[in-house]
Design a protein around this ligand. Structure first.
Ligand SMILES: Cc1cc2nc3c(=O)[nH]c(=O)nc-3n(C[C@H](O)[C@H](O)[C@H](O)COP(=O)(O)OP(=O)(O)OC[C@H]3O[C@@H](n4cnc5c(N)ncnc54)[C@H](O)[C@@H]3O)c2cc1C
Length: 304
């Protein structure tokens, strides 16, 4: 059978396209590989139904942001509140990370089901597996149930998204990325976030507002150097200077080392003199280095 369109990837792009095209009467097959893992490295290989946004992006990030904002309202202005005679109970704002993660994961799982049901309702044929090109109108699918299929389509949409990038430094395997942030079972006590993009800035802000000692390391003088309004960046920098997280400007990642007690030391080259500066004792299990997601070339993505 010839499909009008074959879509590889059920994230924001693939999902919207499939539903709209099927809504107009097109015969659409959507291939989504589901959430898969590199178990040896403990890293996520793919997002799952709904893509990055639903599973390891906008949605869980906003839930964490809301939790952080609630805590900040209770604890951040506590000194001011007490000044106005408001009693702030001891322990206010302590985070039950496990409960938060459980509820967040449940919400995401509900969205996964909802996305798949939504595609089917619009008449999209959903195929769970990994799609690869055979030629300009043929896609081979290695289905998750072990079978394989070959599909032919008049149009093929590549909507495979991207993976987080990592700095090429010794010890980077000890770090996690933004996907790993959503896997954390415990709140880290001390965190190094590396990056100047909006994801690093948001994650650092969330962790700081949740009460983790958070250091944000970035290469230039400011964060968000590309594509953001300068007045916005200026205001943000000023706010972070006063409020936190702890900022490390002009900082280039050098290495991460793991001590015997499992604590980590993050070393960066900082300042105009290129001085080596090591910050040690990133406590609790997974340390963090986060880098903004980058899109990879289509060819590279399809080879994964
Ligand atoms: C931490 C974080 C926070 C973010 N916050 C926001 C935000 O607040 N607002 C915003 O607008 N954007 C945000 N983004 C960006 C947003 O998530 C992405 O721009 C968006 O998800 C990209 O959609 P996409 O369809 O291109 O790819 P994705 O959503 O990544 O979807 C790609 C899909 O393709 C599947 N796939 C990959 N290869 C194959 C294959 N060969 N065969 C079958 N399936 C395959 C994957 O499993 C995945 O589900 C955030 C991203 C991150 C990481």
């Amino acid at each position: 059978m010839m499909y009008d369109a074959i879509v590889i990837g059920g994230g924001s792009g693939g999902s919207a396209f499939s539903k709209r095209a099927a809504g107009y009467g097109a015969k659409v097959a959507l291939i989504e590989r589901g959430a898969q893992w590199d178990t040896a490295k403990g890293k996520r290989l793919s997002a799952g139904p709904g893509g990055t946004c639903v599973n390891v992006g906008c949605v869980p990030k906003k839930l964490m942001f809301m939790a952080a904002a609630h805590r900040e309202m209770m604890v951040g202005p506590a000194a001011t509140a007490q000044g106005y005679g408001v009693n702030v109970p001891t322990g206010a704002g302590s985070i039950d990370w496990k409960a938060l993660k459980e509820r967040r994961d449940k919400y995401v799982a509900k969205l996964n089901t909802g996305y798949t049901a939504g595609w089917k309702k619009e008449g999209v044929e959903v195929i769970e597996g990994i799609g690869t090109f055979v030629d300009s109108e043929t896609v081979a699918v290695q289905c998750n149930d072990g079978s394989s299929r070959t599909l032919k389509g008049k149009h093929i949409l590549i909507a495979c998204g991207g993976l987080p990038s990592e700095p090429d430094i010794p010890g980077v395997e000890h770090a996690i990325n933004s996907d790993g942030f959503f896997e954390l079972e415990e709140q880290p006590k001390k965190v190094a976030v590396v990056g100047a993009g909006y994801i690093a800035v948001e994650m650092a802000g969330i962790l700081h507002a949740m009460g983790s000692e958070t250091h944000l390391f970035f290469r230039g003088d400011t964060v968000l150097r590309r594509g953001f309004d300068p007045f916005l960046v200026e205001t943000l920098m000023e706010a972070m200077e006063h409020h936190g997280p702890i900022l490390h400007r002009n900082s280039t990642p050098a290495s991460i080392t793991k001590q015997e007690n499992k604590l980590l030391t993050y070393t960066a080259t900082e300042g105009p003199m290129g001085e080596q500066k090591a910050i040690s004792d990133f406590v609790t299990r997974p340390p963090m280095a986060m880098r903004a997601k980058i899109s990879q070339s289509w060819a590279a993505i399809l080879e994964r």
